[in-house]
Write a protein that binds this ligand. Structure first.
Ligand code: UDP
Length: 324
């Protein structure tokens, strides 16, 4: 299949491109490189440098390259930034997604995989969370993804599109080629591993949550298992929107992640406790029963030790991330 991946120079996008190519698909990366890395673009993928808001360029590329499916990953993803600058999130994530969808309609491309998020659930009434549970985001990032899903609910049937929204829980881990390197980095596991590598202080945001040790709970999913969910979604042929959680169904507190990282790396962390970070959800754990049942998704790298171990190997091999 000829697949265009917006955000294909980002962390999850670069791994999806690796897996698409391994499975024999053709991959075109469409990325502004504002937050992605040119060195994360697979040498066998074509790179188009462009903004998701540029509908004309996107439609032209979709036509010229006879694209059959789009994986739309390009988005701003930082919870804290979304609280302080919500307008950026609605512009880039909502308006940008609408332009991608309209470019697909213009070019007659029918298959879309949309990267959504567990952030749209807010503080859930129960865990594990199922797809039809209440959505009440606690931050503009989650709200921006929820708005796009709601648009897709109307647009998919109107234009006969096959749309799969994958609600990611916490992507983590690395392949030999690609790992997590955002600037600035706000995510827990890369921050923990950088602190392990350099001895720098590690900030722990919030120790008074109603959880077993007072810190937030997350469901960490290996980026390779997440990538496989996209490949399976590309195989759907029925029209309409389907929504799937993608997570392992096991929650770990922030302190448990830090303890596991100390064990895996053999380093002692210099943990500094801080107040809560604005917009954080207390606990998110997925029920992934629906994607297992409908698409036959089976995670292969589920253990937290293995996830952190793969990220640690990448971090040691790339201490400066993708910076040259
Ligand atoms: N977190 C932390 N220190 C960090 C980065 C994150 O204590 O340096 C906490 C954060 O407040 C949240 C959890 O780790 O409770 C997961 O945060 P992350 O940004 O990795 O994921 P998300 O907020 O998207 O679930």
């Amino acid at each position: 299949m000829r697949v265009l991946v917006t955000g294909g120079a980002g962390y999850i996008g670069s791994v999806i491109v690796e897996e698409l190519l391994r499975a024999g698909h053709e991959a075109t990366v469409y990325d502004s490189l504002a937050r992605g890395h040119i060195d994360a673009v697979h040498p066998a993928a074509k790179l188009i440098c462009g903004m998701v808001q540029d509908r004309a360029l996107l439609a032209q590329q979709l036509r010229e390259r006879s694209i059959e499916a789009v994986i739309h990953m390009a988005a701003f993803i930082e919870v804290g930034e979304s609280v302080s600058r919500p307008e950026l999130y609605f512009q880039n994530n909502v308006v940008g997604s609408l332009e991608v969808i309209r470019a697909m309609i213009d070019a007659g491309v029918k298959n879309l995989v949309f990267s959504s998020t567990a952030a749209l659930y807010g503080d859930p009434e129960r865990v594990p969370i199922q797809e039809d549970d209440v959505t009440a985001p606690t931050n503009p990032y989650g709200e921006s993804k929820l708005i796009v899903e709601r648009m897709l609910r109307w647009i998919a049937p109107a234009h006969g599109l096959t749309v799969t929204a994958l609600r990611y829980f916490n992507a983590a881990g690395a392949t030999a080629m690609n790992g997590e390197a955002h600037t600035p980095e706000t995510h827990l596991i890369p921050n923990v591993l950088r602190a392990a590598l350099t001895g720098a202080p590690l900030y722990l945001f919030g120790t008074d949550y109603p959880t077993k040790d007072g810190t937030c709970v997350r469901d960490y999913i290996h980026v390779l298992d997440l990538a496989q969910a996209h490949l399976l979604a590309l195989g759907r042929t029925d029209a309409g929107l389907q929504i799937y959680n993608v997570g392992n169904g096991e929650g770990f507190t922030v302190r448990e992640v830090m303890e596991t990282a100390q064990r895996v790396t053999g380093r002692t962390l210099n943990i500094v406790t801080e107040p809560r970070r604005a917009g954080d959800q207390i606990a998110t754990v997925a029920s992934a029963a629906k994607i297992r049942r409908d698409l036959g998704w089976q995670p292969q790298h589920a253990g937290l030790d293995a996830i952190i171990g793969s990220a640690w190997a990448w971090q040691q091999a790339h201490p400066a991330g993708y910076q040259r």
